[in-house]
Ligand binder design. Structure first.
Ligand code: GTP
Ligand code: MG
Length: 279
């Protein structure tokens, strides 16, 4: 498809075009998640640039370097009238608390436009779940893992687990977008993600403050990636879905995760004391 046709498809997409209408969903919410410095905020600026077909604008603040975490506040950016992109706080260590916070962000249990704090105890998660009723949870959530091809994963099992959990919490297996497409490690990183059974795998070079010279090839690759994501949404909307039930399942998932994590913490603590906790 030509760039203009792909752009039109993305711009015109609405959730109510399928046989069951919008089914109670308001907008598509593309939730970007992943390690800090891998290009989430840059991807938002890149997508905005190609969808608006305008100049490069730094809507989302990009990190000065790949090492220092930049985005702390979860923000949403309108891509079209019907599609929002959320820039989530990235993970540094991917420990159980940061992973818990990724799930809470993906499941929309954290408010937009507020600083994301890692949850440290079970009660934090309960609060997040209880307070979520005041948040707008009417979106069709699409998880998108943003991963830099500059970094060969040393822990594919951990990433695989996160991808699976992201599917459990959102109902969709995440799309993976590899940034830094020019990296010498690209084919190796691609192969690792393929072995994780990632089907929706894209690679692209983000437009950045330093390099936003538009090329037809870059533009088309970026538009194709977005178009494929929206086509998956369109396909899923052909099924009869139940947003209310999905919300309950998400709450269950998050509470179970936090409960298990708390038990493990207690077990660790009591190991030294010779106390046995029966699960
Ligand atoms: N060459 C190149 N640089 C990129 C690409 N994507 C991002 N960068 C650079 O990588 C750095 C980090 O990018 P960000 O978009 O801020 O990363 P992030 O994932 O939002 O990081 P946090 O907000 O800290 O979680 C910035 O210096 C970007 O300019 C890419 O595809 N190619
Ligand atoms: Mg960022």
């Amino acid at each position: 498809m030509e760039s203009q046709a792909m752009r039109d498809y993305i711009r015109q997409y609405t959730l109510d075009g399928g046989p069951h209408g919008h089914q109670g969903y308001s907008k598509v919410l593309l939730q970007l998640f992943g390690y800090t410095g891998h290009g989430k905020s840059s991807l938002i600026n890149t997508w905005k640039c190609v969808v608006d077909d305008g100049p490069y604008v730094a809507h989302a603040k990009v990190a000065g370097s790949e090492e220092k975490p930049e985005t702390m506040i979860r923000r949403d950016y309108p891509l079209t009238d019907h599609i929002l992109v959320v820039d989530n706080r990235g993970c540094v260590k991917m420990n159980k608390y940061e992973i818990g916070a990724i799930y809470a962000q993906l499941g929309n249990f954290m408010a937009l436009n507020e600083e994301v704090k890692w949850q440290v105890g079970y009660s934090d998660t309960i609060d997040a779940v209880l307070n979520s009723d005041v948040l707008d949870q009417s979106h069709f959530i699409v998880p998108v893992l943003v991963y830099s091809a500059n970094t060969v994963p040393t822990n594919p099992e951990e990433i695989k687990e996160i991808l699976k959990a992201a599917r459990d919490i959102t109902g969709l297996f995440p799309t993976v977008v590899l940034t830094h497409e020019c990296s010498e490690h690209l084919s190796k990183v691609k192969e690792i993600f393929r072995r994780m059974e990632v089907k929706n795998l894209h690679s692209l070079e983000n437009y950045t403050g330093e390099d936003h010279k538009k090329t037809r090839g870059k533009h088309e690759t970026i538009l194709r990636c977005l178009q494929e994501i929206i086509k998956d949404v369109e396909f899923r909307m052909l099924e009869k879905l139940d947003p209310m039930n999905e919300k309950i399942e998400r709450k269950r998932f998050l509470l179970e995760y936090a409960h298990k994590r708390e038990l493990e913490k207690l077990q660790e603590k009591d190991k030294g004391k010779g106390v046995c906790i029966i699960l």
